[in-house]
Design a protein. Structure first.
Length: 645
RNA sequence: GCCGAUGUAGCUCAGAGGUAGAGCACUUCCUUGGUAAGGAAGAGGUCACGGGUUCAAUUCCCGUCAUUGGCUCCA
């Protein structure tokens, strides 16, 4: 007998060689019906794997993350099987489970897999799933494994196996299909009842642009058809929040082919919203001791040669601007730091002057790859809410922490609770991507780790995500479709001060090198607004929204009264517009609701006679009658609440 | 940049080898209405751009540009 310890601490005694399924059966039949995967001593296994020693066992159903993973990973096997049958001769590579579903990368050879083939693939998948074939894991020697794939001519699998050790190689069989696989499957294919091929895309072998391009087929599967339908509905709803759609509908921004790819045009409502965001941050920065600076949109090429940016990005950037003067070259500003370094140098600094904090809403231009452009989240011209802090080494940690406070202030005031703080460090293997000494990097990375310590929970460390001149703390937020975007960023930099030979005089009367902190709480106004739109589905906080009030006269007779009311509300700093169209009030209400205007005031005979306001709230309906003053209080209270969350 | 998809009126979209259609928006008129779409008439398109095939192309083919789902990249 062996002792099986369950997550709740309960211990079961079962015969040696029992499986996770036996454990489930010993608990309840219902559980046994739903259990699809298990973890034995932290290793994901099949529910049919015999357990030979005392062990901690966790049972997984589709409702938990590990269960989904096993389910989708197994689905990837079935997908691969279906693809092999439909496209003979394709070569399989890898097929993992992902956050929502799974994919399989194949070298499709002569075949092209198109959207119109999806139905065919789904049908074949379901046909194979219905065979209820068991997933069976078996150990294979390295020699045998290599032999199989060499015979098939599958260089990808050969490469994978060559990097594995003999004795740890397993194949998974189901029906007539076999794949190299580490394990972690559901019992049989029949559990998968619904599948949707989501899309096909190109993907590079081993994520390397230089290597072969494979075809990646994305899919998602479920144990019930109804779950698939619900998932697709959810996706449809998420699309309604897309900032590109809402940005157009709410008249915030647009693009023009004539102006150029990735160069957003801010419309009046969008520009006003943006100005409010800027004012909000400027206020916080004044309080935090930042000093405003303004720098030009171009700079001498030498400036970027000095900073190292030219060497790193010069070839892939907007190319230099020439002048009538032979040999003179300017670059469109791709970042503000070099300019700010020169401002620091413009006068001698004492240790008493530090930290110096230069802030600028600086518009920069980067020639992003055309395939990368995406609405407002990835553009070629954008405005950073940039600042550079020049401080003494002993001030770095404290300054860094203060910057974190500003980032929190921004995220909290705008209702972002669901963000990830990512510490972006150097690539452990490839140090050639970075400039600067080992010692400085070590110091910079440690400074971030120390500053974050005890200040932010749930941070993740990502190696290889640092900037080329220093490590970063990035604040990541997801968009409506679950794609992750970097918003705020804070970076510690020992390198640019060296390249620009920045100095201050210390208390010891010697010259010392300051440390630089780059930071942008929004990241860029463009991306921030994009993510904010998706976050609030276009229902902006009241202080930020373009129009707070729509004033809706019942008939044209009251247009003038409505205009007077708007004027008096302006005196309370409330902004809005009068809908003086020749339409019924029902129509005006509908249009204001669609435009997501937070408050509507209906003005007719009654209101004019009693000098009152009938207030309707977006999404809620009629609130009743108020005086100007009372209404202004409602608005102001709501705005106050926006900042006190 | 790479692989796939898309491009028809201001917007959302339908359409067919014989030079285009709907709804909304817009203009004018009627209506002056009380909490999510009042009625009528009108105007609006080089069917992204450039080539090719064809008696004939917006439709089929090729290229370019843009958008888009991914990959790669992101100072």
């Amino acid at each position: 007998m062996i002792k099986i310890t369950l997550p709740d601490g309960a211990v079961k005694e079962l015969p040696k060689g029992s499986t996770a399924m036996d454990v489930a059966l010993s608990i309840s039949e219902g559980l046994a019906r739903n259990v699809i995967s298990a973890k034995v001593n932290d290793k994901t296994v099949e529910v049919t794997t015999p357990i030979t020693t005392d062990a901690n066992v966790t049972l997984h159903t589709f409702n938990d993350a590990d269960g989904k993973k096993a389910f989708w990973h197994s689905s990837a096997h079935i997908l691969a099987q279906a693809l092999e049958k439909l496209y003979p001769g394709i070569k399989l590579t890898i097929g993992p489970a992902i956050e929502n579903g799974f994919y399989y990368d194949v070298d499709s050879g002569e075949h092209t897999i198109r959207e119109e083939d999806f139905k065919k693939i789904e049908d074949k998948f379901l046909e194979l799933a219905r065979e209820k074939a068991d997933f069976k894991l078996r150990e294979v020697s390295k020699a045998d494994a290599l032999a199989k794939y060499k015979e098939e001519g599958n260089e990808y699998k050969v490469e994978l196996i060559e990097n594995l050790n003999d004795g740890e190689i397993t194949f998974c069989d189901h029906s007539d299909f076999t794949d190299l696989c580490r394990g972690g499957h559901i019992p049989n294919t029949g559990i998968v009842k619904a599948i949707k091929v989501m899309n096909v895309a190109g993907a590079y072998w081993r994520a390397d642009q230089e290597k072969a391009q494979l075809v990646r087929v994305y899919g998602i599967s479920f144990p019930k058809q109804k779950m698939l339908t619900e998932y697709l509905e959810l996706l449809e709803q998420a699309k309604q929040r897309d900032h590109r759609k809402l940005g157009k509908e709410l008249e915030l921004f647009t693009f023009s082919e004539k102006v150029g790819q990735g160069l957003p045009l801010w419309l009046p409502k969008g520009a006003m919203l943006r100005e409010r965001l800027e004012a909000f941050l400027k206020k916080a920065q004044v309080q935090a001791g930042y000093l405003p600076v303004v720098t030009p949109h171009i700079g001498h090429k030498d400036l970027y040669v000095t900073s190292g940016h030219y060497e790193k990005y010069g070839a892939d950037s907007f190319q230099p601007i020439l002048t009538p003067h032979e040999g003179e070259e300017f670059l469109l500003k791709p970042m503000n730091c070099p300019h700010h370094c020169e401002i620091f140098k413009s006068s001698p600094k004492s240790y008493k002057d530090l930290p110096v904090r230069y802030a600028e809403f600086g518009t920069v231009y980067r020639y992003e790859q055309s395939g990368e452009l995406h609405g407002l989240t990835r553009v070629r011209g954008f405005t950073q809410d940039d600042a550079h802090l020049f401080c003494r080494p002993d001030q770095v940690e404290d300054e860094f922490r203060k910057v974190i406070d500003i980032v929190f202030h921004v995220l909290n005031s705008l209702g972002f609770e669901d963000y990830t703080a990512q510490i972006s460090l150097r690539d452990k293997e490839d140090r050639s991507k970075y400039i600067g000494s080992e010692e400085n990097w070590e110091k910079a990375e440690q400074a971030i780790i120390n500053a974050v310590e005890g200040k932010i929970e749930n941070t993740v460390i990502e190696y290889g995500e640092a900037a080329f001149y220093g490590p970063k703390l990035d604040f990541m937020v997801k968009d409506a479709l679950g794609r992750s975007w970097q918003l705020g960023t804070i970076q510690v930099d020992y390198n640019l001060p060296e390249r620009f030979e920045l100095e201050y005089k210390g208390s010891d009367n010697e010259m010392h090198r300051p440390v630089m902190i780059h930071r942008a709480p929004f990241g860029s106004l463009e991306r921030f607004v994009a993510v904010l739109i998706e976050h609030c589905a276009g229902n902006f906080p009241l202080w930020l929204t373009p129009d707070q009030v729509a004033i809706l006269p019942i008939s044209e007779k009251y247009n003038e009264n409505a205009q007077n009311i708007l004027n008096s509300l302006n005196n309370y700093d409330i902004r809005g517009f009068v809908d003086d169209r020749n339409e019924k009030v029902g129509r005006k209400i509908r249009d204001a609701e669609v435009k997501k205007v937070p408050y509507m005031l209906i003005i007719g005979e009654k209101e004019v006679e009693t000098n009152s306001l009938s207030v309707r709230k977006h999404g809620e309906g009629d609130l009743g009658t108020f005086t100007d003053k009372e209404f202004a209080d409602i608005i102001n209270k709501e705005i106050e609440n926006n900042f006190n969350n």
